[in-house]
Design a protein around this ligand. Structure first.
Ligand code: C5P
Length: 407
């Protein structure tokens, strides 16, 4: 983050553009450097000179004006935040589908900073199926939306579609800029997904973890400006594609491969979120060839895998922040919560993020419900909802603890 944050303001062809002039003023008066990136249609509503006078910079609109100035690359690298206001239905469709036919879409395709959209359009366009699907795609990619408001529209109709007011957009941007720098000097290691232990060259023992929660934590950590490393255990590539290119991704399949990568990454990390579902056992009598059916039973001999987190706790407790995850079920002796509580006390880590397995939440679902338990077995945070929102709450909760171990 620069001392004077560089905010790219993306402008498109909508009448709400007249309000964007006020937004730019607010940003500049509050210590931001602003650079405008436009679609050609924007100038049908407000002239280019207005934006150049307000910001003191040329507007980036013509991709082919200079070979030397690769605007989309240079601006994307320098930007601390990209706010598109107004965002038309057309631009949302282009961004959602990866179309890069003008300066604004090119910049979007290259930025790694947070992106905010403030849409403006007629109610029917806003509510249409295609538009709502495009918003879902962009939200999954981590784009923030300031939903349009209800009120009088240019057509004379009244309904949802008005772009939010400049001061609301400014406050939101200001908050995001504060958050975007909150982990800027922190190195975060995250493990996600589920390990697999081979039985033969084709079969394995595994679990149904998708890695979604770990990926949401990685997204949140990079949004906060951290240096993020994700160790992905058998995660679908479409999920990993949501991460920005700034996140370092390693792959591990078995528990031992994961341990090796964790042990090598840990000395350079301040925090570990051990969200991977790790196989506690591996097969000893693996076969080099596929086990064939022959009418008899096959016996697998299992041996215990090393407990990666427990090992880390022995070396790093008090020096780094260690966060474990526990998906638990209860039995007739203890409840799932009591098992998680025991884990929190015995593992030697700072926190255990506990979630109950068996409901329609947790493994493989977008929603979950978690209780964060400290090393004394006390619940210190509860959260319920979408994993991306819980990742954000978890990040806010642990921020003071990271600062403490880094002191
Ligand atoms: O003991 P249990 O497997 O339930 O503990 C869960 C936590 O410990 C998770 O954070 C998981 O990633 C970690 N773990 C580990 N090594 C293992 C098993 C689990 O680090 N062998």
């Amino acid at each position: 983050m620069h001392d004077r944050p560089l905010v790219l303001v993306g402008i498109t062809g909508g009448i709400a553009l007249y309000k964007t002039c006020t937004l730019i003023r607010l940003l500049m008066n509050n210590g931001c450097d602003v650079q405008v990136v436009a679609t050609p249609e924007a100038f049908e509503f407000v002239g280019r000179t207005t934006f150049e006078s307000l910001t003191g910079h040329p507007v980036f609109v013509d991709v082919h004006s200079s070979v030397a100035f690769q605007g989309h690359v240079e601006l994307s690298k320098k930007a601390d935040l990209f706010v598109i206001a107004p965002a038309t239905r057309n631009i949302l469709a282009k961004l959602a589908h990866g179309i890069t036919d003008n300066a604004l879409t090119l910049v979007y395709s290259n930025v790694t900073c947070p992106v905010v959209c403030a849409p403006a359009m007629h109610t029917h366009m806003w509510e249409s199926y295609e538009n709502q699907e495009n918003i879902k795609v962009l939200t999954k990619k981590g784009v923030f939306f300031l939903s349009p408001q209800h009120g009088a529209l240019t057509s004379g109709d009244v309904g949802v579609g008005r772009m939010q007011e400049p001061d609301a957009i400014f406050s939101y941007v200001r908050q995001l800029l504060d958050v975007a720098s909150s982990w800027s000097n922190k190195k975060i290691l995250i493990t996600a997904g589920g390990t697999r232990e081979p039985i033969d060259p084709i079969r394995y023992i595994g679990n149904s973890s998708t890695g979604l929660f770990g990926v949401e934590i990685a997204l949140e950590a990079s949004r906060r400006g951290a240096d993020v490393t994700l160790i992905a255990c058998n995660i679908d590539s479409s999920l990993l594609m949501r991460l920005s290119s700034k996140v370092t991704v390693f792959s591990a399949s078995t528990t031992r491969e994961l341990k090796d990568l964790v042990d090598r990454s840990m000395p350079h990390s301040d925090v570990i979120f051990m969200a991977a579902a790790v196989s506690d056992y591996r097969v000893i009598n693996t076969s080099d060839v596929k086990n064939k059916k022959n009418g008899t039973n096959i016996f697998l001999e299992l041996t215990e895998n090393p407990d990666i987190l427990k090992g880390l706790a022995r070396t790093y407790k008090g020096k780094k922040l260690l966060i474990g995850f526990a998906a638990e079920t209860g039995d007739n002796i203890y409840s799932s919560f009591e098992y998680a509580q025991k884990k929190a006390k015995n593992k030697g880590v700072d926190f255990i993020v506990f979630n109950e397995v068996g409901s329609h939440k947790g493994f493989g679902h977008g929603d979950t419900s978690v209780h964060v338990i400290n090393d004394e077995g006390k619940v210190v945070m509860n959260a319920d909802g979408e994993k991306k929102d819980i990742a954000c709450e978890l990040a806010s909760f642990i921020t003071p603890y990271i600062n403490e171990v880094m002191r």
